[in-house]
Design a protein around this ligand. Structure first.
Ligand SMILES: [Fe+2]
Ligand SMILES: [Fe+2]
Length: 317
C-alpha cells in the first residue's frame, strides 16, 4: 500500500472509532422543549441576506424574523435532500465493491451513511418544529450523483463535490447561528451536526489529498470547474429567491427580485462574510493542488483572486 493510501486507512480507522463512540441522538441531544413562537431568530440578524443593504430598512421586524427562519431552514432542507442522495450513492458504491481493497475505508463509509440518515431525521424534525415548509428541489440536485457518476477506480468526483458542498453549507449555517438572540434549539441542531460533519469533511479532504494525484484527469477537470461551481453555490445559497418570495414582504421594492438578488450578492458586508467563511476552503484548494496558476483567469472571473492570494500567503507563512 502506498504511503498516501495508508494515511487514508489510518484516518478512516480513527474516524470509525470516534463515530462508534458517540452518535447523535435524535431524541436527547437537542432542547426540543424550546417554544416554537414566531418571535425567535433562527439566523443572527447581522447574518441575514438583507443586512447591509437598503432593503433592511424596508422590511418589518416580523418579516425579518420570518426571513431568518426561512434562510436557515433552506440550508437544513439542502442537507435533507443532499444527505439522502449521498447516502444512497455511497451505499451503492459499497455494494459495487469500490474500495474493496481498503476495507477500513468501506467501514468508515458505513458510519458516514448512518450519520447522514440521522442528520436528515434531525433536520426534518427541526423544520417541523419551526414550521418551515420544505423547499423546491432543483433538478440539478436530484440528478447530482447521476450526472457525476464515475467509472474510474476511485469515485473522486463525487467525494470531492460532496466535500465542497457539505463543507461550505456547514460553514454557512455555523455562521448563521453565531450571534446573540438566536434560538437555542437551532444553535444545537447546527452544533451537533457540525460535530459529526467535521469527520466527513476531514475524511474527504484526506481522500482527495491521498488519491487525486493518482487520477490526473480528476485534478485537471476539478481545477477548471471548481471556481465556477463554488461561485454559483455560494451566490445561490446567500440569495435564495424562494426565501424572499415566501416572506411576502409588504414594501413594493421587494417585487423586483432580480435587483434584490443582485444587491444581496454585491453587498460589501456579504463579500466580507464570504471571504472569511471561505478562507479554510480556499487554503485547501491551494494546498491540495485544486488551484493551479494555469487557470488563474477562471478564479479571477469567479471573483476569487483575492481569496486565493490570501490563501497562498497564509500557506507560505
Ligand atoms: Fe450531515
Ligand atoms: Fe456529511
Amino acid at each position: 500500500m502506498s504511503e498516501v493510501a495508508s494515511r487514508l486507512v489510518r484516518l478512516s480507522k480513527k474516524l470509525s472509532h470516534a463515530s462508534s463512540k458517540r452518535q447523535m441522538s435524535i431524541v436527547g441531544d437537542h432542547p426540543w422543549h424550546e417554544p416554537r413562537g414566531e418571535a425567535l431568530w433562527l439566523r443572527a440578524p447581522e447574518k441575514l441576506s438583507l443586512y447591509g443593504t437598503p432593503y433592511l430598512q424596508l422590511a418589518s421586524e416580523g418579516e425579518l424574523r420570518r426571513l431568518s427562519r426561512l434562510e436557515l431552514g433552506s440550508w437544513w432542507h439542502g442537507f435533507i435532500v443532499f444527505e439522502r442522495l449521498v447516502t444512497e450513492y455511497y451505499m451503492r458504491l459499497i455494494n459495487q465493491g469500490v474500495f474493496a481493497e481498503l476495507p477500513e475505508v468501506v467501514e468508515y463509509m458505513h458510519h458516514f451513511c448512518r450519520e447522514e440518515l440521522n442528520h436528515c431525521l434531525v433536520f426534518e424534525k427541526a423544520m417541523r418544529h419551526f414550521d418551515v415548509p420544505m423547499f423546491e428541489v432543483p433538478d440539478a440536485m436530484t440528478d447530482f450523483y447521476v450526472d457525476n457518476a464515475e467509472s474510474g477506480k476511485y469515485p473522486l468526483v463525487s467525494v470531492y463535490l460532496t466535500l465542497v458542498i457539505e463543507w461550505i453549507a456547514d460553514l454557512y449555517q455555523r455562521m448563521d447561528v453565531d450571534g446573540r438572540g438566536v434560538s437555542e434549539l437551532a444553535t444545537a441542531v447546527v452544533k451537533e451536526h457540525t460535530r459529526e460533519e467535521a469527520r466527513h469533511i476531514a475524511w474527504a479532504q484526506e481522500m482527495i489529498r491521498s488519491l487525486a494525484h493518482e487520477v490526473p484527469e480528476f485534478l485537471e477537470s476539478a481545477r477548471q470547474y471548481t471556481p465556477v461551481f463554488v461561485r454559483q453555490f455560494v451566490d445561490a445559497g446567500v440569495a435564495n429567491v424562494e426565501c424572499f418570495q415566501r416572506v411576502e414582504f409588504k414594501h413594493p421594492a421587494f417585487q423586483d427580485v432580480e435587483t434584490l438578488v443582485q444587491t444581496v450578492i454585491d453587498n460589501p458586508h456579504r463579500r466580507e462574510l464570504n471571504r472569511g467563511l471561505l478562507s479554510p476552503v480556499m487554503r485547501f484548494f491551494v494546498e491540495a493542488g485544486i488551484y493551479d496558476d494555469a487557470y488563474s483567469d477562471l478564479w479571477q472571473a469567479a471573483n476569487f483572486s483575492e481569496d486565493i492570494r490570501i490563501a497562498k500567503q497564509a500557506l507560505a507563512r
